[in-house]
Design a protein around this ligand. Structure first.
Ligand code: ZN
Length: 114
């Protein structure tokens, strides 16, 4: 289960931050989740709830997701376009030499803590 790995990693990161900053309770975390990341929202939420119950710091912590749109850049014409709409083929020059600029990431945007 990929989502659990993601959640474990995120909570570990938050716990490290909490240690450095003397936080005792994290009440809310805002995550940026890329549009084409393979993280499923429902699974993410249930893994989140499961993991938070096991950490005194994270217990009852709310999870909020912000979806980051996926953008692909074409190497041949230099233009960028919506990944979800056109996938790997550039809509401007039909090139296949394209790469994902953003939209595959899962990262912490914000932490609300005491
Ligand atoms: Zn192009």
């Amino acid at each position: 289960m990929h989502e659990l790995g993601v959640v474990v990693h995120i909570i570990k990161t938050i716990e490290d931050v909490a240690k450095d900053e003397d936080l005792t309770k994290v009440s809310k975390v805002v995550l940026e989740v890329g549009e084409v990341s393979t993280v499923l929202p429902d699974l993410l939420q249930s893994c989140w709830d499961w993991s938070c119950k096991r950490s005194p710091l994270m217990e009852g912590c709310a999870l909020e997701r912000v979806v980051i749109p996926a953008v692909t850049r074409c190497d041949d014409c230099g233009k960028t376009y919506e990944t979800v709409k056109y996938a790997k083929i550039c809509p401007y020059c039909q090139s296949e030499h394209t790469y994902l600029l953003q939209g595959n990431e899962v990262r912490i945007r914000e932490i609300e803590a005491e």
